[in-house]
Design a protein around this ligand. Structure first.
Ligand code: F6P
Length: 524
């Protein structure tokens, strides 16, 4: 099938947009802030001009933004290379558009209620990877950082140390193994789940499979694996793996912290969906995030985006956004099958502030590349030490201001001279203190870290990714590159396990290492 998406750089509207972006600048004397779904998103640190704003509207119209948004939110086929919808918004719609969503949620809530009433499952081991892991880790650490009556451990990596560490010290009789996998074929998840099952069996748990719950879009495979039907919670093909937090995948958060947390996240995300669906382009948070991202990546040439949550509880947000953006936008072929001739999805990286300041912010300030930064902070803290929070806020604003305003040679020189340095030394040292400034950033302020505000924040990033995919003309909902690696790994595993299988079809280095690892194995 052929999809008639005009190559981006052949659009006049793209040329106008790119030209306007080059001419635009950061406006230090005005505030460009949008408030929606309980969030404030301050875009003052991104380049702006009325011409850029107008050009963005034409570009989005050329990309049929409104029609495509309707397709996405209405459950049409947005994921064209896999011929499916990407209807994660249906999972959080106040009135679920499909009966199975309500039925499954009720089943899940009943399971949690029964467990809570019986004070059952003191321990939960959540096994899943990628989209079946990051969002759950994030919500558990965001809201369970203080107290959880259940012990929760996460296992994603195939490295056996991960599952060994997770199971250690737990009482198998009262441990629930949650196996989250959309496909129920992911090797890491299934191997780890097998180790957990063996551990239950070794402890003589009477009916070990009853200690295992599956969350999957392939209940048939989970059942084949041995999990009883009543312990299987479904989601569907039309929910992408990295968008599945809104499904039963978040069971672990509900059990570890509370079902109210999950309900609050769904409500916040739904509020952001509504805003995305209804707000005009210039007042639309996800759209403005996307436009800033496209300017920074495809016009100004920044290769990465730094995510800096100034909130200890949001440590996993970086990985969550990293998977969301990089797995979605790490593509360079458009829907026609042609190479996109501008750089697409940036690398995403980061760490919570203020740790990040003492780790890599120097590079952001004065390195030769630099990167745009998304600063994310809560206006109010949930602890009782105001000085801590004021200091955190001060650092966040200060880092951002330094990146925005920079420091001229004259300012630096003046500083050195008033510090008592001789003129010659002052002029030498001042050069080291110059800060170019003008480094783009967005500041996102949450009133408090609540399930509602976190839900809204995550949904904003999801829609940002959709809009960027639309502008670049790429499909943000598939991941063929990862699939390719998985296939190769299965072949190599076979070669490692069965030395009789010839491993000659690789490149020379891979063949060499397959041989080496085989020998290492036989020596053990
Ligand atoms: O990394 C590829 C991927 O398919 C992700 O999209 C997904 O979140 C992850 O693997 C796990 O897949 P599954 O939920 O099917 O186990």
């Amino acid at each position: 099938m052929h999809y008639p998406v005009p190559p981006l750089t052949q659009l006049d509207s793209w040329q106008h947009f790119a030209d306007a972006a080059v001419q635009a600048s950061v406006q230090l004397d005005s505030v460009r802030c949008i408030r929606a779904a309980g969030l404030h998103a301050d875009f003052s640190g991104q380049v702006y001009s009325p011409e850029l704003e107008a050009a963005a509207k034409t570009l989005l119209a050329d990309r049929q933004f409104e029609q495509q948004r309707d397709v996405l939110l209405g459950g049409g086929i947005s994921n064209v290379t896999e011929g499916r919808a990407a209807w994660h918004t249906a999972l959080r719609a106040p009135a679920a558009p499909k009966d199975e969503i309500t039925t499954e949620r009720e089943r899940l809530n009943a399971f949690i209620r029964t467990a809570d009433i019986a004070r059952r499952w003191r321990n939960i081991v959540h096994i899943g990877i990628g989209g079946s892991d990051w969002g759950v880790r994030l919500s558990v650490s965001a809201f369970g950082y203080c107290k959880q009556w259940r012990t929760v451990r996460f296992v994603a990596n195939i490295d056996g140390h991960a599952i060994a560490g997770a199971l250690s010290d737990l009482n198998p009789m009262d441990t629930l193994i949650v196996v989250a996998s959309k496909s129920f074929t992911t090797v890491e998840t299934l191997e780890n789940a097998s180790r957990a099952l063996e551990w239950l069996k070794a402890a003589d748990v009477p009916d070990p499979y009853s200690n295992v719950v599956a969350i999957t879009a392939r209940p048939d495979r989970a059942q084949e694996w041995g999990i009883p039907e009543h312990n299987i919670f479904s989601f569907w093909d039309w929910v992408g793996g990295r968008f599945s937090l809104w499904s039963a995948v978040n069971l672990t958060t509900a059990m570890a912290v509370s079902s109210d947390v999950v309900a609050g996240m769904l409500a916040g995300a739904a509020a952001m969906d509504k805003h995305f669906a209804e707000a005009p382009i210039e007042q639309n948070i996800p759209v403005q995030m996307a436009l800033a991202g496209v300017v920074n990546r495809s016009v100004l040439g920044y290769g990465s985006l730094n995510v800096a949550p100034y909130d200890f509880r949001l440590g996993h947000l970086v990985s969550y956004i990293q998977q969301l953006e990089m797995e979605s936008l790490g593509k360079s072929v458009d829907l026609n099958g042609e190479f996109v001739t501008v750089p697409t999805g940036p690398a995403v990286w980061g760490m919570p502030g203020t740790d990040a300041q003492h780790t890599f912010f120097q590079w952001l300030h004065q390195g030769s590349d630099g990167a745009p930064v998304d600063f994310i902070v809560c206006q109010h803290a949930d602890h009782s030490w105001p000085t801590h929070h004021q200091t955190l806020l001060a650092h966040c604003l200060a880092q951002r201001e330094a990146m925005l305003r920079g420091k001229s040679y004259e300012q630096a020189l003046q500083e050195c001279l008033s510090g008592g340095l001789e003129a010659e030394e002052a002029s030498w040292l001042a050069k080291h203190r110059v800060h170019k400034g003008g480094r783009p950033n967005t500041l996102i302020v949450l009133p408090h870290l609540t399930p509602y505000s976190l839900g809204a924040l995550l949904a904003a990033y999801e829609h940002k990714v959709f809009v960027q995919g639309l502008i670049w003309g790429i499909n943000p909902f598939d991941q063929w590159g990862v699939e390719y690696g998985k296939k190769l790994a299965a072949g190599i595993l076979g070669e490692l396990q069965r030395p009789s299988v010839e491993a000659t079809h690789h490149d020379a280095s891979t063949t060499y290492w397959v041989e080496q690892f085989r020998q290492a194995d036989s020596r053990d």
